[in-house]
Design a binder for this molecule. Structure first.
Ligand SMILES: NC(=O)c1ccc[n+]([C@@H]2O[C@H](COP(=O)([O-])OP(=O)(O)OC[C@H]3O[C@@H](n4cnc5c(N)ncnc54)[C@H](O)[C@@H]3O)[C@@H](O)[C@H]2O)c1
Ligand SMILES: [Zn+2]
Ligand SMILES: [Zn+2]
Length: 381
């Protein structure tokens, strides 16, 4: 079948919107007609090279990262089902999880679907099912798909392990956001930071992920929710998602947190900046109280190894520094739960979408993200 998709042919290029050909789904796969795709910052890491493997290493282990169809925040309707798919049928509504969940590997079995072993194939650029491509450029070149999804195309073929079945009442364009940013941000606060009633929480970086960390922290009962972002528009938006205070820098946040807690400092700090760099860790850890926890959600340059961290403080003030992927969530349980909260008015999804674009607007959308104009930009099909 014919479609159109936004393709990244190489690092540092623009997204190129082109005609593509899609094969029918093979065993264990489904074809999904998408309603929308969120424009997460993680696709930008492909452009900048933060998430790009050294070409020599990639070649050695058989990975083909480029060309790749972008997009990993989508939801839509199943339009075709491959052989052996028993849990999904044509017409089913699904959200696509940016990490597949097989349900059988050791991580899935212990309730850590965000660490499913199939995640190893996310940057492989081929279908998880048999490591071949279903997406092809006009000239026949095989195309990879970001996170094995490729939601910058109105129709795509994915593994059933990436699909989370939804009830038909849920608006699919909003469900798209829960496939990455919402679950990631919310789960960073609720699961990874384990925010408790009465705590003081700082969220650094208020984009599509950070706004949901604010929502999760507020919902979990935090007393102070401090949103840190240098962009004024982000600080203006933050209270909509539960921020009680805002600051424009780590320094400003340090002064504010000191004042609010009478010098005790924050219980939790969550880093959701567009990119995390080693020099952010020391100021983030300094915002923490004794026994506090700093959760790193942002993606760093894959080659970055240097971190500033006061080890004396880490040990003697029993501080914690932890990573977090997909909000430490179990998508098959958590995505439907979050969407029920939305349907009942307790989770804000409409407010996350600052601007909508058509597929041809993908480069404008990412420019607006870089310019700090969007909480989340969304491509509507
Ligand atoms: N760990 C995961 O599972 C996971 C999942 C999704 C996204 N991510 C990553 O999370 C990060 C955030 O994604 P997003 O889509 O929300 O990005 P975004 O670009 O929408 O938002 C990032 C925000 O950080 C702000 N910012 C930049 N530098 C800052 C600084 N020094 N101090 C405070 N704020 C600063 C920007 O102004 C912007 O508002 C990205 O690195 C993304 O790749 C991780
Ligand atoms: Zn994402
Ligand atoms: Zn698994």
């Amino acid at each position: 079948m014919e479609s159109r998709a936004a393709i990244l042919w190489e690092q540092n290029a623009e997204w190129s919107v082109e005609d593509i050909t899609l094969d029918d789904p093979k065993a264990g796969e489904v074809m999904v007609e998408l309603a929308a795709s969120g424009m997460c910052h993680s696709d930008e890491h492909l452009v900048t090279g933060d998430m790009v493997l050294d070409p020599e290493i990639a070649k050695m282990i058989g990975l083909e990262q480029f060309p790749v169809i972008g997009g990993h925040e989508g939801a839509g309707t199943v339009v075709e089902v491959g052989p052996g798919v028993t849990d999904l049928a044509v017409g089913d509504h699904v959200a696509l999880g940016f990490i597949p969940a097989c349900g059988r590997c050791p991580s899935c079995a212990r309730g850590w679907q965000h660490l499913c072993d199939l995640g190893a194939f996310l940057l492989a650029g081929r279908q998880i099912t048999d490591l071949t491509a279903r997406h092809h450029a006009k000239d026949g070149t095989d195309l990879g798909t970001m996170c094995c999804l490729g939601t910058f195309s109105p129709v795509t073929v994915v593994s059933e392990a990436s699909c989370i079945k939804l009830t038909d009442d849920i608006p699919l364009d909003k469900a798209a956001l829960v496939g990455c940013g919402v679950t990631t941000g919310w789960g960073a606060a609720v699961n990874a930071a384990n925010v408790q009633p009465g705590e003081t929480v700082v969220v650094v970086g208020i984009g599509g992920v950070g706004a949901n960390a604010l929502q999760g922290a507020a919902y979990a009962g935090a007393r102070h929710v401090i949103a840190v972002d240098p962009v004024e528009f982000k600080r203006e938006q933050a209270p909509i998602f539960g921020a009680t205070h805002t600051a424009s820098s780590f320094e400003e946040a340090q002064a504010l947190v000191g004042e609010l807690t009478w010098g005790a400092n924050a219980d939790k700090v969550i880093i959701t900046t567009g990119q995390v760099t080693g020099d952010m860790i020391a100021p983030a850890m300094s915002l923490l109280a004794k026994g506090g926890r700093c959760v790193v959600v942002s993606v760093a340059d894959i080659k970055a190894n240097d971190v500033q961290l006061n080890l004396f403080e880490l040990t003697l003030q029993r501080k914690e520094l932890v990573g977090c992927i997909f909000g430490n969530a179990n998508p098959r349980r958590d995505i439907p739960r979050l969407l029920r909260l939305y349907m009942e008015g307790q989770l804000k999804l409409d407010e996350l979408v600052t601007r909508e674009y058509d597929l041809d607007g993908v480069n404008q959308g990412y420019q607006d993200m870089r310019d700090g104009k969007n909480i989340r930009g969304v491509i509507k099909y």
